[in-house]
Design a protein around this ligand. Structure first.
Ligand SMILES: [Zn+2]
Length: 141
């Protein structure tokens, strides 16, 4: 079972990671916004820290948070852990430099695409959701 990381913890970890200086192999890839898993990047270069997922994929909202006109792919899109896809992401750190990365699987119709995005401290935002990120389903009668 992955350790659940709440928003405050993520902000704290992101602040620590933002102090990391120096070059690293993980910076060779453009992962400021979400990207497909890059060829040449190795799974075992990362250490899992925990998960931002409070609810299972079936129960979590699929709403995204873009108050300033960003999209899923935008490099400046907010990292709002109660919203998709962050509410289904796991948190990892580079084994060499300790920079933080988020990963999630984008479930397409025919295949699952692994995505990765570098955590930028200034973009992590504690944006509330009226349901706390849990989908409220209509009760069938
Ligand atoms: Zn690194």
């Amino acid at each position: 079972m992955d350790r659940f990381i709440d928003v405050e913890s993520l902000i704290g970890l992101a602040r620590e990671a933002s102090a990391v200086k120096g070059d690293c192999g993980c910076l060779r890839y453009d992962l400021v916004g979400w990207g497909s898993w890059p060829v040449g990047l190795y799974e075992d270069s990362f250490i899992k820290i925990g998960t931002l997922a409070k609810y299972s994929p079936e129960d979590a909202i699929i709403e995204e948070y873009h108050p300033h006109g960003t999209t899923y792919w935008s490099p400046e899109a907010p990292i709002a852990p109660r919203y998709y896809p962050y509410n289904q992401s796991t948190l990892w750190q580079c084994g060499k430099c300790a920079r933080l990365y988020l990963r999630h699987n984008d479930d397409g119709a025919y295949h699952v695409a692994p995505r990765i995005r570098r955590v930028q401290y200034g973009l992590v935002i504690n944006a509330p959701h009226h349901s706390d990120g849990r989908e409220v389903r209509a009760v069938a009668h």
